[in-house]
Design a protein around this ligand. Structure first.
Ligand SMILES: [Zn+2]
Length: 452
């Protein structure tokens, strides 16, 4: 309707209408109702103006649109800024002579400021090792940091401490809380954070000798002083005095082998050694095995023979080794035997397998395949069971096995971590240093290995 009226406003008056109009100017009595309605409001005037000036109207429309879009963008920007927190500015990270920008959302998560440890390691020359999701930064043997992807704790020189955030570790980055680093680095690096300009500055600390122009970077030290240690390896094994009641000098190179890591192989349900693993340095045991032909890897065998000599010298003569190295094929035979027994009882193969797994390791997952562990028994025992805990042999082993490089592998308080029930009879060779650290710390092998 409105359009029609407006259109009408544009139609030129007919001759008759002009006559009426002219007459109306002269005579008051003429009936004006016959004239077309003429809208004289501001709005109608504007419309008529716009119709006459199309270019001007288009410019106005475009300008109006621009203003509207700008307003909308401002609102969106303000809302996002409010959601991101008060300070949305990116960070400048200065690492020595290097400088890079880190996006606010990348370095600020849940109110914690993160820095990339891989970049810091590049700058400081730390050695980087580990896997994709677990990375270790080493300055020297006594100074290392270790981070695991998704973990809220970190390891400083064998001690697990709270990280104060969650580490993000992959092949490219290792993001750790800035505050953690400032507390963990005791010397060697200087950290400064300018909250006004969001600038993180990390510099090597230098010292100068008599020759004042020569600046030498300080050694880097990591320490746990300002943290609560959640779990840790005692660090003083180097100064430990070991007492033996026999002369062990001839066996010492096996008891305390040079290559510490050679005997730290982890074999459990999550880390099977696999069908192909077989040690190449097996030695048939010359200690009491009740006449059975039983083998261990060379150093483990020598250390065990020495240990059993001392047990006998200390009056424990009823203890013998009942099992040690088991090959993969032997495990398969054993496991299949258990399954066949259960199937003979009427179980399906699946049920029989499940039943066998309750007391036997799946072939390839048994630590016995490493040639580094053994099971003890005494004359009084008819089976391998917890009664070994009540023997003099067990009490002696609890106090002395570490001196020969052996650990109780499946302690009663670590069932959840090892995945095995308490086995007081099962001992594992790891070498004297690791055995002492494990003995002193009360950790199990799985925990010990995560701290190294
Ligand atoms: Zn065993």
């Amino acid at each position: 309707m409105e359009n029609k009226e407006q259109d009408r406003n544009d139609i030129p008056l007919s001759e008759e209408e002009i006559k009426i109009l002219k007459a109306s100017v002269n005579a008051e009595k003429v009936d004006r109702s016959k004239l077309p309605h003429y809208d004289n409001s501001d709005r109608a005037k504007l419309w008529r103006y716009i119709k006459k000036n199309k270019v001007f109207a288009t410019i106005c429309a475009v300008l109006a649109l621009c203003v509207a879009v700008t307003l909308i963008l401002c609102v969106v920007f303000a809302v996002r800024k409010a959601m991101d927190g008060e300070n949305k500015d990116d960070f400048t990270v200065i690492l020595g002579d290097d400088r890079y920008t880190a996006k606010y959302k990348d370095v600020m998560r849940d109110g914690v400021l993160y820095v990339d440890m891989r970049k810091i390691a590049d700058y400081t020359g730390l050695t980087v090792s580990g896997s994709k999701t677990s990375v270790k930064f080493t300055y020297d043997d006594d100074n290392y940091l270790r981070f695991e992807n998704g973990n809220d704790s970190a390891v400083i020189n064998g001690s697990m401490v709270e990280l104060g955030g969650v580490a993000v570790v992959n092949e490219k980055i290792c993001e750790v809380p800035y505050d953690f680093l400032t507390k963990a680095v005791g010397d060697g690096l200087r950290f400064t954070l300018d909250r006004e300009t969001n600038t993180i500055k990390i510099m090597r600390r230098m010292y100068t000798t008599d020759d004042k122009d020569v600046f030498i970077p300080k050694e880097i030290h990591f320490y746990t002083d300002s943290f609560t240690v959640l779990m840790g390896i005692a660090q003083n094994t180097n100064d430990m005095e070991y007492e033996y009641s026999i002369d062990v000098s001839a066996f010492m190179s096996s008891i305390d082998p040079k290559d510490q890591n050679a005997y730290l192989l982890l074999a459990n349900k999550q880390n099977p050694v696999g069908a192909d693993y077989a040690p190449t340095d097996l030695k048939v045991l010359e200690c009491n095995t009740k006449g059975k032909r039983i083998s261990l890897r060379y150093d483990a065998a020598i250390a065990l023979e020495a240990m059993m000599m001392e047990m006998i010298s200390d009056g424990i003569t009823d203890t013998f080794v009942t099992s040690a190295y088991r090959s993969y094929s032997y495990q398969v035979g054993l496991f299949e035997g258990y399954i066949e027994d259960h199937m003979a009882e009427g179980m399906t193969r699946e049920e029989a397998e499940a039943a066998a797994l309750e007391y036997s390791a799946r072939p390839g997952t048994s630590e016995h395949q490493t040639g580094l562990c053994l099971d003890f028994m005494t004359e009084d025992m008819s089976d391998l069971d917890e009664s070994f805990e009540n023997t003099a042999a067990f009490r002696w082993l609890s106090d002395n096995a570490y001196k020969y490089g052996f650990i109780l592998r499946y302690p009663s308080n670590k069932v959840d971590t090892t995945g095995y029930k308490y086995e007081p009879w099962h001992y594992r060779f790891v070498g004297r240093t690791a055995a002492t650290e494990i003995y002193n710390s009360g950790l199990c092998l799985e925990e010990y290995l995560t701290l190294n």
